[in-house]
Structure formats: structure tokens, C-alpha cells
Design a protein around this ligand. Sequence first.
Ligand code: ATP
Ligand code: ZN
Length: 299
Amino acid sequence: MSSRDRLRIAIQKSGRLSEASLDLLARCGLSFRRSRDKLFCFGESLPVDLLLVRDDDVPGMIADGVCDLGVVGRNVLSEQILGSGAGGQPAPFRELRSLGFGKCRLSVAVPDAFDYHDADQFSGMRIATTYPNLLADWLQRNDVSASVVNLSGSVEIAPRLGSADFICDLVSSGATLAANQLKEVAVVLESEAVLAAGAELPCDERGELIDMLLRRIDGVIQVRVSKLVMWHSPRSALESIQRLLPNGQQATVTPIEGLDNEVAVQAICNEAITWQHLEDMKRAGARQMLVLPLEQMLA
Ligand code: ATP
Ligand code: ZN
């Protein structure tokens, strides 16, 4: 491991993960000297610099010690982890956090007209993919022997060109598949952007920076879904109202001046609050309900 004193994070330079990765780091309080056209961005608020690279290069840069952390799709990371596993060596990187954006599936798709029932129908077929390790691993786990056709470019035209029977590719909306008269039939991997690191975290100042960043990331991810719920209610109704809150945490209960049996309550909920929740709470005696978004959170 190199003896840099500044932390380096690799993110995708331009693509589906770029904006959300930068946004996440900004919410964690990191700011960078702008040079989006270049490879390197100097961190101004903390000793944390950015490398802007192709997503496929992120794991390799971590493995080589060029950077300490990276934001990359689980699809890319897992493919390379499987690829590096030859010889029984432990993987050179790991997933530290799921980041909740860049969600997609690596799926097998077949021509629209194909009458699909189960994965046994893949036996003896040729499946085109840019994820040969993930596909081979999935086929093996499902005890299916199909041949994996490793392509480097767009795989969705392979069935029409006759170079494969089926494909295994990333899907989010399914629009690309539909445009190519294909349908998704089996999910090989559920993917989203992840924070990746080397197998061993540095134990110097960079390790402390990573710990701090992880705490901030946890806070950022948590506030995305959490809400502050406030209401007034009779003290006697408090317990039944609180039971209606989804994933609610310990509430703060405050007496209301001049109203003996009334309390003002505030509670954090770690799940989405729906109109149905509020209507149920109202029936149980809650009034003046407010649901507020959270800006920051540190446990
Ligand atoms: P690069 O130039 O960095 O190599 P790329 O073309 O390989 O870019 P993108 O298409 O920007 O990569 O996708 C980056 C990641 O976004 C994917 O690896 C995947 O994790 C995620 N992703 C989310 N939805 C989709 C989708 N519908 N198709 C492809 N990738 C998706
Ligand atoms: Zn790529």
C-alpha cells in the first residue's frame, strides 16, 4: 500500500453514475476544485481527491492502490471479483456500502416469441454477454450448461445476427430489450452503485477519513428515506398512534401549555410515510400532523 496522505476516490467520468456520485460526495461535505474535463480533481474541504475514470477501470485502480475507494456498479465490481478469483486467491476488493442509485438488473433475455418456462431451456444454447464471469457463475449455480459468448459491444443485436440465441445484459426499464424484440426472463444479478475498497483498509489517516466518510454516507442514505413526523394528540392516544408509524424511532413528547392532557410529539421515521399512515393516525386521535424532510443526520 502506498504512503499517500490524501485519500483518493475514483468515480465514473461521464455516464449514468457520474452525477449521482458527485452529488453523494457533495452531500458528505466534500468539495473539489472543478476540472471535470481532467482525470484528477483536488479536494478543497478535506484531504480527499477524485479520479474521474471509466467505470470499468475503477476496480483495477483500487487493486493497484492508485485509489482507495471507488463508486462503481455492483455488476462491474462482481464481474471483476469473479474474474480475479482464479487460483483461489481472495478478491482484491470488496463492497463497503450499497449507495441506492444506478439500480439495474443483469438479466437473461430471449426473443419475444420464445416460450419461456425455466432456466433449463438455456441448456445447449449460446448466450451473448459482456459479463462472462457473472453469467457463467449463475449458470453453474443453476446447474445449466449453456455456452457463454463473450462480446465486447452491444449484445442486444447478437440474436438477430445469429451469433447467439439469447443475451445476458443490463436492464432497467426494458425499453432497449423491447426495441430489439427481446424479453427479460431471468435475473442474474440485482445491481446498484456501490462504494468499493481494497481488501484491506489503510490504517493511517486515510483509514480515519474512510471511517468518517462512511458515517457521513450512512447519514446521507438515511435522510433520503427518513422523515420527521410531528403531531398533537391526547396523551392517552400516544401509544396507539406511535404503533401506526412505519419504522418509527423513540419519540420526543412535550406537554402543551394550558392543555393538561394534550402533548406535542415528534418522531423520526425510517420509512416512507403515506397518506394512509396519516389518515390512520388521525383516526387514532392525532391532529396537526406535519411530515418534514430531513437535511442531515448523524447517529
Ligand atoms: P464508461 O464510459 O464509464 O465505460 P459505460 O458505458 O460502461 O461507461 P454506463 O452506461 O454509464 O457505463 O453505465 C454505468 C453503470 O450504470 C452500469 O455499469 C450499471 O451499474 C448502471 N446502470 C443503471 N442502469 C443501467 C442500464 N439501463 N444500462 C446500463 N447500465 C445501467
Ligand atoms: Zn464501462
